[in-house]
Write a protein that binds this ligand. Structure first.
Ligand SMILES: CN(C)[C@H]1CCc2nc(NC(=O)c3cccc([C@H]4CCCN4C(=O)Nc4cccc(C#N)c4)c3)sc2C1
Length: 421
């Protein structure tokens, strides 16, 4: 019996000793020990001479960056880029996010040197993103097809969202209340799904809402997500999120340990509705510090311009989202949002939303059409030169063990599954 139990743990994607994690482990150990100064030790030298070739042959059999043809850079963030790629074996197009391991390790080391305790959430943001996209199984959340790594990068192979993000849509069209009602309803359902998984997003903004080929939207970019504790709150000091969308309670407690819940995401929905209807964010100011001041004094700083005309129900829901946390709309449950009169219309309900016809259905010439993405200049940042071997064992590869994931049965799992069934 124990033997069967062990086999199940080896093939279960959620088990810490699943096959992918074990292969990550031996690979990480060899890469972290393959340093001249360490190999002067007999035990290290023997270990490397026994396992170096094994790890090379395993790497040749596992998923790697060269299995994908790079087509175009479609996004860039602090620690990496997103490329449109085509999987050569299946000819399928994906969005592949590449994160630089050096950036993550040096941020972690830097924070440690400053004696700032590194909470898991700060230095391992990529785990939340990977886990959410891998296990969400929700039509509101971009799906992770594969995750893999090499000594320098983490790779997340995700479904391609050819409609681009809602920032691009807002700059290309005059958005009506009808459209705003539809996209806000979809955002509410996406956040309800994410909160239902126990996560708070903390950086809800139009850049993170992507349009699929059907025209419906999905949440993407979960780097700022954090898991709620048993009472649905998060204790976290680093204020994350983009200034314009950040809630007062996260702003107020910046630095000290503060507690806040999922209602911080509902605040950002209020900012989103305002921006779609007015064309700019409600607390925008030239200087960042003035934006913060406007957010802290939102009771008085929130203003509606005479143009464009905004309906009373739109003003009402915006005010109810842009209010102090204890009385914010959505604080008690999502239904108090769904029942707001702003969403009243004769075309869809929250139950039939997924079957409704979206305002814009992307016109695509091909499966790799990127017309809905801004041009991004390629940055040849990754030349081999700036990659120097560490001087001693830093365990630089250890934080990434277990990141590798496949959404389908890999041959290894199929083999083991056959044996254990
Ligand atoms: C606290 N600190 C240490 C951490 C806080 C959280 C965090 N997040 C980072 N994130 C990044 O470094 C990063 C890299 C590439 C793209 C993107 C997004 C921003 C631009 C587009 N994008 C994205 O994810 N696009 C995306 C995603 C899914 C599908 C499709 C498509 N089609 C496109 C983000 S670095 C970092 C540091």
């Amino acid at each position: 019996m124990e033997q069967d139990e062990l086999l199940h743990q080896l093939v279960d994607p959620k088990s810490p000793i699943n096959i992918e994690s074990l292969l990550d482990t031996i690979t990480a150990l060899v890469n972290d020990c393959k340093i001249p100064v360490l190999m002067r030790m007999k035990s290290v030298d023997n270990f490397i001479s026994r396992y170096e070739r094994v790890v090379e042959s395993v790497a040749a059999l596992r998923m790697k960056a060269t299995d994908f043809r790079q087509l175009k850079v479609i996004g860039r963030g602090a620690f990496g880029e997103v490329h449109l790629v085509r999987h050569t074996r299946t000819n399928t197009v994906y969005a592949m996010k590449m994160l630089n391991k050096d950036d993550m390790v040096c941020v972690a080391n830097f924070l440690e040197i400053c004696c700032m305790t590194i909470k898991r959430a700060d230095s391992a943001f990529f785990w939340e993103e990977r886990d959410i996209m891998a296990h969400a199984n929700s039509e509101w959340i971009v799906r992770l097809q594969y995750a893999f790594q090499d000594p320098r990068h983490l790779y997340m192979v995700m479904e391609y969202m050819p409609g681009g993000d809602l920032v691009n849509l807002m700059t290309s069209y005059e958005v009506s209340e009808k459209w705003t009602r539809f996209y806000t309803a979809e955002l509410v359902e996406a956040l309800a799904a994410l909160h239902g998984m126990g996560y708070i997003h903390r950086d809800v903004k139009p850049d993170n809402m992507l349009i699929s080929r059907s025209g419906h939207i999905k949440l993407a970019d979960f780097g700022t997500c954090v898991k709620m504790n048993a009472n649905g709150v998060v204790r976290c000091s680093t204020a994350v999120g983009t200034p314009d969308y950040i809630s007062p309670e996260v702003l107020r407690n910046q630095g000290q340990d503060s507690e806040f819940g999922k209602e911080v995401d509902w605040w950002s929905v209020g900012v989103f509705i305002y921006e779609m209807l007015v064309g700019e964010t409600p607390f925008y100011a030239e200087a960042l510090v003035s934006t913060y001041t406007n957010i802290m004094n939102h009771q008085t700083s929130l203003r509606f311009p005479d143009e464009p005309l905004i309906s009373n129900q739109a003003k009402d829901i915006i005010k109810k989202f842009l209010s102090a946390a204890p009385e914010r709309l959505g604080k008690n449950n999502v239904d108090e949002i769904r029942n707001h009169k702003f969403f009243k219309n004769d075309e869809w309900t929250f139950e039939t939303l997924r079957d409704a016809t979206p305002p814009i259905i992307p016109t695509l010439r091909s499966d790799d059409d990127t017309t809905h993405f801004e041009e991004i200049e390629t940055r040849d940042r990754d030349n081999a030169s700036d990659f120097q071997l560490p001087k001693t064992f830093n365990g630089n590869q250890l934080p990434f063990i277990g990141f590798t994931y496949s959404n389908e049965y890999s041959p290894v799992k199929k083999l083991l599954h056959g044996a254990s069934s």
